[in-house]
Write a protein that binds this ligand. Structure first.
Ligand SMILES: Nc1ncnc2c1ncn2[C@@H]1O[C@H](COP(=O)(O)OP(=O)(O)OP(=O)(O)O)[C@@H](O)[C@H]1O
Length: 391
């Protein structure tokens, strides 16, 4: 088991991780999520003893990594697939790692087979593609047959077959009773791979719960309704009736309607009384991606803006009105993605706070002046609230 208690890391004035407490249990795949720059890699480096916490601690099986007896046989990690001596053959790279940890050479060939790199085992890794590099990194992590495995973005650069393979690998490692901690930005993949999630934002814990609970806590169920495509007036009539009955109606990108706040039987009844034929009426739960977007909306540091193409677009002819579009689900609608209001102290979501030694000032208590103040807040440029030292 991995256990972090009050883990904090500062780089000069920059607080990368703040008062983080969580446990990663054996027998499950635990996903580690957070927006860019939220502190995932920093946390993983502290778990692996590559960075010292400013305060707090993190242990594996009760020991800090550096005090673990024969750590490479107990913990395997893929942090940066490019951290390889490019001039070395893939097999030699693994052989060096194996020799350093007292692992027999035959294990090298085993893991090369597991990751599918047998054919290129004697090729220099500098010629490897991104995906091949990832496979080599995963082979290195598996070398000592460890009980605890950490993977930072393991599917980065992998083809669909590779992604499926990583998914099954993670699940089978966990099914063998191992502790598997994996970060990823691919929500659809995480939804299929992880059982449990730890979500951080700006270095702080936002959620520590099962994937199922995470989705149901951070999303609203909705219904999808489709009226005949050839009769837009039916869609408009139904939209008006549903809105009048208190429903929130959004347009789905495929032309269907997404309805929140009304149960399915009521929607059916309203369609009947307004004499609108339905082609579809189905219950839905939001995806992990939607739930994640909703939760992390207020803690995203880097946000792109809409390209206004200033001065490049044709002017509308005098008197012409721009077309009025119905709001589309998930596109800049605070009502749909907005997270709950921040709790006192700047914590956007109520999470139990673990005892973390002496109280420390919360660097996030005051919003940075140039950080997005609220969900849906428009930003005018790529923003980065704090200045940082070199990485
Ligand atoms: N060595 C360092 N010196 C200074 N600042 C650092 C250093 N390492 C990380 N940081 C800063 O700490 C914050 C957290 O970075 P980290 O790489 O842990 O985030 P992350 O969640 O892994 O991001 P990503 O998803 O983009 O990989 C960032 O603001 C980063 O710039």
């Amino acid at each position: 088991m991995i256990e972090a208690v009050g883990l904090t890391k500062r780089y000069g004035a920059k607080t990368a991780v703040y008062n983080l407490s969580f446990q990663v249990k054996p027998g499950t795949v635990t996903g580690f999520l957070g927006p860019n720059g939220s502190g995932k890699s920093t946390t993983m480096r502290m778990i692996l003893g590559l960075d010292n916490p400013t305060s707090g601690q993190v242990t594996i099986g009760g020991y800090p990594y550096r005090r673990l007896p024969n750590a490479p046989r107990q913990v395997g990690a893929l942090l940066d697939a490019k951290a390889v001596h490019g001039g070395r053959h893939a097999r030699n790279h693994l052989l060096c790692l194996a020799q350093l940890s007292g692992i027999p050479a035959r294990r090298v060939d085993e893991v090369l087979g597991v990751v599918g790199l047998q054919e290129v085992a004697r090729k220099r890794s500098q010629g490897f593609s991104l995906g091949m590099g990832q496979r080599l990194g995963i082979a290195a992590a598996l070398l000592g047959d460890p009980q605890v495995l950490l993977f930072d973005e393991p599917v980065n650069g992998l083809d669909p077959e590779g992604i499926l393979w990583v998914r099954n690998l993670m699940k089978s490692l966990a099914a063998e009773g191992r502790t598997v901690f994996v970060s990823s930005h691919l929500m659809s993949e995480m939804a299929l791979t992880a059982d449990h999630l730890i979500v951080i934002g700006r270095g702080q814990l936002l959620a520590d719960m099962s994937v199922r609970d995470f989705i149901s806590h951070n999303s609203a169920d909705f219904a999808r309704v489709r009226t005949p495509d050839s009769e837009p007036q039916q869609r408009e009539k139904l939209t008006a009736a549903l809105t009048e009955a208190g429903g929130q109606v959004l347009s789905e990108p495929d032309g269907a309607l997404r309805i929140m706040g009304l149960p399915l039987p009521r929607i059916s009844e309203l369609a009947h009384t307004t004499d609108v034929r339905l082609w579809e009426l189905s219950p839905h739960q939001a995806s992990l991606e939607e739930a994640y977007m909703r939760m992390t909306q207020g803690v995203v540091d880097y946000r792109s803006t809409v390209d206004a193409k200033a001065g490049l677009q044709q002017q509308l002819p005098p008197g012409a009105q721009p077309p009025v579009a119905m709001p589309v689900a998930g596109q800049g609608q605070p009502g749909w993605y907005a997270p709950p209001p921040p709790q006192q102290g700047g914590q956007p979501f109520a999470m139990p706070q673990a005892p973390a030694g002496p109280p420390q000032p919360n660097p996030y208590a005051a919003q940075p002046a140039d950080a997005p103040a609220a969900a849906g807040a428009a930003t005018t440029e790529m923003t980065k609230p704090d200045s940082e030292g070199p990485r």
